[in-house]
Design a protein around this ligand. Structure first.
Ligand code: ADP
Ligand code: MG
Length: 306
């Protein structure tokens, strides 16, 4: 398949999302923003051999390429609207492309995000870059920098599942829930939207709770205390791993795509599926406590070019 055939066959699907004046097929997409809303622009690349093994299921790669961007949109409190895709491919068969596109459109359909353009190139390894635009009420985007001394630190859902799932995958062990958390991460879009006007700061947990919480603290110019025993973990992780392993996964494992945010408890009253795990201090570092005692954890968040 040549480039044009490929785009037509696999990526040019009918669009029903509002605001798309002109989608795939012209030199650029023409999009109509909602009045009174700010745009949030995010981009994330998945590189074969770095973010996924070469033999990964193509549908999972497509799904993930969208999901990681949705997660950044969620962390800003925005609603996703449109995306573009830059895809670099070695010779790939039609089946691979069909599967990749299915995964990509599956993730996009969950939040009615339209694919409105892209670029297709050949290269030595698969690189899938999705750029996504979201919208949020003017001036209301959730930033990393708004945490205030005295705020409570919260986490959504459970953390450590993806790292635990990856560990199981590597050992050939199967647990549907945990492996699904790695292969099909689901972004917290609705949660992000309901935190707008309530949370003081937010970040998504992609590199591990400690590493990402530290980024939030740095951006806000504050310190924090994390109560390790309060960090929410799934029953699946508890049943498959001992305490030391699961704390390692929960604190330093990445890819959970939950949200970590700060707020006063009053501001988030009534919001389900969140857990208070610590507090913002006037210090300049993150202190982890386990049952009151200070403990050291390595922030092993993955860094490129290191
Ligand atoms: P140009 O030469 O003007 O950059 P292209 O020939 O690269 O345009 O692309 C033709 C159309 O197909 C454009 O609308 C572009 O946005 C879209 N497109 C190209 N690659 C992809 C892709 N992988 N997914 C979605 N749309 C794509
Ligand atoms: Mg052009």
């Amino acid at each position: 398949v040549d480039e044009f055939e490929l785009i037509n066959r696999f990526f040019d699907r009918p669009v029903t999302t509002p605001g798309v004046v002109t989608g795939i097929g012209d030199d650029g997409a023409v999009l109509e923003p909602e009045p009174g809303r700010d745009q949030v622009q995010v981009i994330d690349s998945l590189v074969e051999g770095v973010h996924f093994p070469a033999d990964s299921n193509a549908a999972d790669i497509g799904y993930r390429a969208v999901a990681v961007n949705l997660s950044d949109i969620a962390a800003m409190g925005a609603r996703p609207r449109w995306m573009t895709l830059a895809l670099t491919l070695p010779q790939k068969d039609a089946q691979w492309l069909a599967d990749f596109a299915d995964g990509l459109f599956e993730a996009a359909a969950e939040f009615d995000v339209a694919l409105v353009g892209g670029d297709t190139t050949s290269g030595d390894a698969v690189v899938a870059t999705v750029h996504m635009t979201g919208e949020v009420e003017e001036g209301k985007a959730l930033l990393r920098s708004g945490a205030q001394v005295g705020d409570t630190i919260f986490v959504t859902g459970t953390v450590g599942d993806a790292a635990a799932g990856l560990d199981l995958l590597r050992r050939g062990v199967h647990d549907n829930f945990l492996i699904n958390r790695v292969l099909r991460p689901s972004a917290r879009i609705d949660m992000g939207c309901s935190l707008v006007g309530r949370a003081s700061a937010a970040i998504d947990v992609s590199d591990g709770l400690i590493g990402d919480l530290k980024k939030l603290l740095d951006a806000s110019g504050v310190g924090g205390e994390l109560d390790v025993e309060r960090v929410p973990m799934s029953d699946a992780v508890k049943s498959c791993f001992d305490e030391a392993d699961r704390i390692g996964f929960a604190l330093t494992g990445g890819d959970d795509y939950e949200l970590c945010f700060t707020a006063t408890p009053d501001a988030v009253e009534g919001i389900a599926d969140i857990t208070a795990v610590g507090r913002i201090t006037d210090g300049n570092e993150l202190v982890c406590r386990q049952d009151g005692d200070i403990v050291e954890y390595e922030d092993s968040g993955y860094r490129h070019f290191q």
